[in-house]
Design a protein around this ligand. Sequence first.
Ligand code: PMP
Ligand code: GLN
Length: 384
Amino acid sequence: TSSKLRGLGTTIFAEMTALAKRTGAVNLGQGFPDTDGPAGVLAAARDAISAGLNQYPPVDGLPELKSAIAAARADRYGQVFDPDGGEIMVTAGATEAIASVLIALCEPGDEVVVFEPYYDSYLANMAMAGAVRRPVQLRMAGDRFGFDPAELRAAITPKTRLLLLNSPHNPTGKVFTAAELTLIAELCVEHDLIAVTDEVYEYLTFDGAEHIPLATLPGMRERTLTISSAGKTFSATGWKIGWVCGPAPLVAAARKAKQFLTFAGGTPFQAAIAVGLRDELDWVAALRADLQERRDRLRKALTAMGAETYPCEGTYFLQIDVRSLGYEDGVEFCRDLAEKAKVVAIPAQVFFDDVETGRRYVRFAFCKSDAVLDEGIRRLATFT
Ligand code: PMP
Ligand code: GLN
């Protein structure tokens, strides 16, 4: 391996899913649903294959999908991107969008401000791009996760190129508020930073929490690349259809990288996701309500077990503090939980530079069928 990748191990998700398979444990680790998305979307993919949509799509994606993405964002957020003017590009999941953007926009040594904990592919992609991460920690402040504005200010230096924001946030379940986003936007404008947002959980918010895209704040439309994905919205994580929206010159830069990563892909799935965005957003609203109920069901079980749980305003994930169960270290807790209770969770310290702080957090996924979630809950009750 090259020096760029030497520090990277196997992703925690592959590792923990393999552990679950090997030991017969219930997998509340990797965030993927185990029930299918809307029947109309599944049928649309089959129809697209039958209709011969099986060759390369355009690098930017099928025109019908780009139009559907634009229409969905305009409806939901009142923000218009031109699908024919180079403002939308379809990617192999949000993962490829994030990788393309970081590779395309960062010079070696450029700094990227990112909230910690952060999704694992960010670290790997920054390493590939030669960029340096500048984490700003999310901490409990009152009854929710927040950040210290002074710490955010201090993380921005003359070398800062990008600010990378994930909201709704994996793994904390935090949904950034209008006030927090306003501060972030002001700093991006003041320091002339490009913002990159990962909004893959944009539809999955709970208790009325509202997802606000950073690009809709004053001064941000022209400096933000907005990334999302169909995986979570339509419970189709294996289809890997994502996208990036933004000003044409920034999208064009990302396209330069993307065309030599995968070039293009997923033609029939692109067609099906266009149908989903047009016709199945009611299904997504029902999914959100269903996930909220599952979150509450899992929280009850974790609380009964004696665990202190953290708030969760969106995403698939609920975190606990393992110190409430007499542990100091999440990896050790996850090992014991898998061995004794046969339940797999994710030690969230892998999303931290500050491992000492990260050790206390363990993440559970509640995006699971009744059979899986309830069996997981039954087993949690046996853990002592
Ligand atoms: N960002 C975050 C925060 C995620 O949780 C995930 C995992 N679904 C991704 C990006 C990757 O998305 P995709 O599967 O569309 O590549
Ligand atoms: N995003 C998913 C999670 O956080 C995992 C995706 C993956 O396995 N790469 O669990």
